[in-house]
Design a protein around this ligand. Structure first.
Ligand code: AVJ
Length: 337
């Protein structure tokens, strides 16, 4: 009995991991400023990072389970297939994940560590503190050899103040989130990762590929309407954070592949004329039927385009994994000596 209690106490101590806050390197606008910039001039747009409040994160997880949204399961399969090889090649001292979310797919890397008896630490970086804490505790109890050092921060604010580490670091940036950046920003972001890397460090990047239009359109217009809910949830976020009074019933989800720019463009389309008050901004916005807000761009890449993106930043391509249907890419790149 006493032993049991001691054990429990131990587990509790070990499982609690406080997040380290990462000091932003750049002054990034807060939601008030972002919305002012995005909504008060044409064309209206909002940064996709505000999708991910608690409900938005839940909805995103549900999107990943829809039959139409192939990226998550395709990437996870690639990771299952190649993680042992990746871990054996990189032998990381630390895995640092940018935008770790629920870290579901990252588990395949930890499984590989177990398979080949390699031990490393895990440093997930995310903006959502509750998610970070829960995921860290969960992972520490699932993988008893894994030390987790959760980092609370926004990778948009710069990577200059990440903690230093001894030995090889494997940076991972998964899920195709690189596609949310416009091409020039994507290049800048990879360059920023490169600038943070030590020679001998690696980057594992997951990115979605160009494919038939109907497959892309279906992935962002699932039958169950979960992507629509996810998109419309942004209005609830604005209502809460900006004391606004958006009526989600006056907007509709729209997502379509733009084959000229190789990206999905997701909008909220206004279905009737009305006025919205944003108290925190001290502004009113008139929306007319047919007006729209661009809420997300999700770029799709060619295999060559992705390799160029990494090489342009001075990284060497080590491996380029893709499934037979070429739906998704997982690239392992290294920072040259
Ligand atoms: C998480 C940014 C990669 O662009 O596919 C899914 C987000 N948006 N369905 C993507 C998303 C609509 C997703 N990323």
């Amino acid at each position: 009995m006493q032993n049991n209690q001691q054990l429990k106490a131990k587990v509790a101590v070990r499982a609690f991991t406080a997040c380290t806050s990462i000091k932003p390197a750049l002054d990034i606008p807060d939601i008030v400023e972002d919305v002012r910039i995005g909504l008060l001039s044409a064309p209206r747009s909002l940064p996709p990072k505000y999708f991910y409040d608690e409900r938005g994160s839940q909805l995103f997880e549900q999107i990943c389970d829809t039959p139409e949204y192939y990226p998550t399961r395709t990437e996870e399969k690639l990771l299952s297939r190649h993680s042992e090889e990746i871990i054996a090649q990189v032998k990381p001292s630390e895995i640092m994940e940018l935008g770790s979310g629920n870290a579901q797919k990252t588990r395949r890397l930890f499984d590989a560590c177990e398979q080949i008896e390699h031990i490393c630490t895990y440093a997930p970086l995310d903006v959502c503190e509750t998610m970070l804490e829960n995921v860290s505790e969960q992972l520490q109890s699932e993988y008893d050899w894994l030390d987790v050092y959760p980092l609370l921060g926004d990778y948009h604010a710069g990577l200059q103040h990440l903690p230093e580490t001894q030995g090889t670091r494997l940076y991972v940036f998964l899920g195709g989130t690189i596609g949310n950046f416009y091409p020039e920003q994507a290049q800048d972001f990879i360059k920023e990762i490169k600038a943070t890397m030590q020679p001998g460090d690696y980057l594992l990047l997951g990115a979605d590929r160009v494919k038939e239009n109907h497959l892309l359109n279906a992935a962002y217009n699932d039958e169950q309407g979960i992507t629509a809910k996810f998109n419309l949830n942004l209005l609830h976020v604005l209502n809460r954070e900006l004391k606004a009074n958006f009526n989600p019933e006056h907007f509709e989800h729209r997502a379509e592949f733009n084959s000229e720019d190789n990206r999905i463009e997701m909008h909220l389309l206004c279905t009737q004329d009305h006025i919205v008050c944003l108290q925190k901004l001290d502004e009113e916005i008139t929306f007319l039927k047919g007006d729209s807000i661009l809420t997300e761009v999700s770029h799709k890449f060619t295999a060559d385009g992705l390799e160029e993106l990494l090489q342009e930043s001075g990284l060497n391509i080590c491996e380029h994994y893709e499934p037979d249907n070429q739906y998704f890419s997982l690239i392992l790149a290294s920072c040259p000596e």
